[in-house]
Design a protein around this ligand. Structure first.
Ligand SMILES: C[S@@+](CC[C@H](N)C(=O)[O-])C[C@H]1O[C@@H](n2cnc3c(N)ncnc32)[C@H](O)[C@@H]1O
Ligand SMILES: [Zn+2]
Length: 257
């Protein structure tokens, strides 16, 4: 199911005890925590791309505090995965959404993120899933039609590659921050739904759209975590306890015929 990421190779990888190997002998070690790093030097802009260990740890604390549980529930209900599904999460971060959903529904799960600290944390917490370090904006290192469902939660959007690795009739769930997401910290923001739907046409057609919103009282430590886990400018400095809105626009797409 995995493809060799070396430029102009793209042969299938075969698993050996502690590594993945292609027929041309390109080899990729499996880390102690269980992930495999398929990121090639030409596919990264910096030495340590993606979220930092600090940002990933902050996001994990927020997820584990339960504040995003209603969003997880909404994503799970809309995706409605079955145990026979194979699900890819592109830009999976610490693996909270994919790992939690696969524990609940028993499907085969693969998470991709460009950040080693994110994937390492994901692999330690959810060892039953496959975790890959790769650039989801370039070639997704998986055989075509490997997945029946794809998740992209405030993360990567690569329509041609999503289409290639998704089976015909498969579904793609894209979650983007809604205009009221974190409104207490950064004021209202742009509605990105129209632009996002447009960027997936004509490869995907929208099947369903809904907004998932929850509010939670955060203490100063959690607000600080939010400041670390968010790239968009936040207004509250220094962090103080407050009620915060988390809100995602969920877009469910199907492969266009
Ligand atoms: C806002 S976070 C969302 C993480 C996770 N989906 C969640 O909702 O908790 C975006 C993630 O995308 C990752 N990322 C950024 N650029 C990427 C790329 N080109 N390929 C794969 N992942 C990328 C970051 O490292 C980060 O973990
Ligand atoms: Zn190779």
């Amino acid at each position: 199911m995995l493809l060799c990421p070396v430029r102009d190779c793209q042969q299938p990888l075969h698993r050996e005890d502690r590594r993945w190997l292609c027929p041309r002998s390109h080899s990729f070690d499996i880390a102690r925590s269980g992930y495999v790093n398929l990121l090639q030097p030409q596919d990264r802009r910096s030495k340590n791309p993606g979220d930092t260990a600090e940002a990933v740890a902050a996001r994990r604390r927020l997820h584990h505090s339960g504040v995003t549980a209603p969003l997880l529930h909404a994503i799970g209900s809309l995706l409605a995965p079955a145990s026979h599904d194979t699900v890819l999460d592109a830009g999976c971060g610490d693996g909270f959404y994919l790992g939690s959903l696969s524990l609940l529904h028993g499907f085969q799960a693969t998470g991709i993120d460009i950040s080693i600290p994110a994937i390492d944390l994901a692999a330690r917490r959810y060892p039953h899933c496959h975790w890959l370090v790769a650039n989801a904006d370039r070639v997704i290192p998986c055989v075509g039609e490997s997945f029946s469902k794809i998740l992209s939660i405030t993360a990567r959007m690569n329509p041609p590659e999503f289409r290639r690795v998704l089976r015909p009739g498969g579904q793609l769930l894209v979650a983007i921050p809604s205009p009221i997401d974190l409104i207490e910290l950064r004021g209202p923001s742009r509605d990105r739904v129209g632009r996002t739907i447009q960027s997936f046409a004509p490869l995907f057609t929208l099947q369903h759209q809904q907004r998932a919103t929850t509010t939670a009282p955060l203490d100063a430590g959690a607000v600080r975590d939010l400041q670390h886990a968010t790239y968009r400018p936040l207004q509250s400095q220094p962090a103080e306890a407050m009620q915060v809105t988390f809100s995602l626009d969920l877009l469910l797409f199907a492969t266009a015929p």
